[in-house]
Design a protein around this ligand. Structure first.
Ligand SMILES: Nc1nc2c(c(=O)[nH]1)N[C@@H](CN(C=O)c1ccc(C(=O)N[C@@H](CCC(=O)O)C(=O)O)cc1)CN2
Length: 297
């Protein structure tokens, strides 16, 4: 995979992390402020364990404080909320993230909305959702923020482009649509009841695939030269009994049509953690009343 139209999300994420590290170094040197991120993991989901480990590692590499709080899969709602309350009250913690998915006995929205909105580095709290909706400064969900960085980096101004977002989840589809709208795109949100999805996608200058179904978006749905951003992370079985990671786009079929395309792995995924680190710096600056350094410039 070396075509000019393939976006290297891993390399771009490394650049973002280097910028975050430079900002952290400056905050420590000039303000004595060391941003702190706490990640809460409930249970032993293997993929979540890997993501949490990578978050902690990259947080430390950027010079920030990293706290990892692990709870048993059988933890009660009260136990999880008590951890969030403690982190909300900790002045050395500027960002709190509760790794999703949570076990069935936990009410996800109750937990996410218990996080102090100013420490909500996932941008999932209803207050940040509302701020984003009406265009106020907000902590923005990491995956959509990463997608926007990739699009701006390669396309510059997005004004007037028709973006089709396939998927309407609260954590990707909806915030993605809002960010594209704020960037002056004409945005269509498509979902399982959308009529003629292939025809709709063929009209798009930008297709965001965030539907959670392996290789759902077909190659011939892509207009020649369109940008295709694949948010999907699906593990499918291989013949040898192991699994492999594929996105929501049939990459091999779409790459010949797209002007730009993100692969899976190595596209949007690495940007999620890089943007989490950037959001933690933003939250620390907000808490200390320091103007936020630009990560995307
Ligand atoms: N509280 C949250 N929970 C979850 C989020 C989130 O943003 N906040 N997103 C996902 C998981 N996730 C981060 O938490 C995440 C997913 C994927 C990657 C990534 O780098 N993927 C690699 C492939 C890694 C692999 O082999 O598994 C890639 O795409 O190249 C990073 C973070 C759900 N939960």
């Amino acid at each position: 995979m070396s075509g000019d139209n393939i976006i290297d999300g891993k390399a771009f994420a490394a650049e973002v992390r280097a910028r975050v590290k430079a900002q952290v170094d400056r905050l420590v040197a000039e303000h004595g402020l060391k941003p702190g991120l706490a990640v809460v993991l409930v249970g032993e989901d293997p993929a979540s364990q890997v993501y949490v480990r990578n978050k902690a590692k990259q947080t430390v590499e950027c010079g920030m404080r990293s706290d990892e709080i692990r709870l048993e899969a059988t933890a009660t709602q009260e136990e999880v909320l008590a951890v969030v309350d403690r982190l909300n009250a900790d002045p050395g913690i500027h960002g709190i993230l509760v790794q999703l998915p949570l076990p069935d006995q936990i009410d996800e929205s109750a937990v996410l909305d218990r996080i102090d909105p100013d420490k909500d580095v996932d941008g999932f709290h209803v207050v940040n959702t509302g701020r984003l909706q009406i265009g106020l400064p907000a902590l923005t969900p990491c995956t959509p923020r990463g997608c926007m960085m990739l699009l701006h980096d390669r396309l510059g101004d997005l004004s007037g482009k028709h973006a089709v977002v396939v998927g309407r989840s609260n954590i990707v589809g909806k915030p993605m649509a809002m960010l594209l709208l704020h960037a002056n795109c004409t945005v269509t949100i498509a979902h399982s009841r959308t009529k003629d999805l292939p025809g709709l996608c063929r009209q798009a200058d930008i297709v965001i695939a965030a539907v959670g179904r392996p290789k759902f978006v077909q190659g011939d749905w892509i207009k020649e030269g369109a940008a295709v951003i694949d948010v999907g992370i699906n593990r499918i079985p291989k013949e040898d009994g192991k699994t492999r990671l594929v996105g929501d786009v049939d990459f091999e079929a779409a790459v010949g049509h797209a002007g730009l395309i993100t692969p899976v792995p190595g596209g949007v995924g690495p940007m999620t953690i890089a943007c989490l680190l950037a959001n933690t710096v933003t939250a620390a600056c907000m808490a200390a009343g320091i103007p936020e350094p630009q990560v995307t410039a």
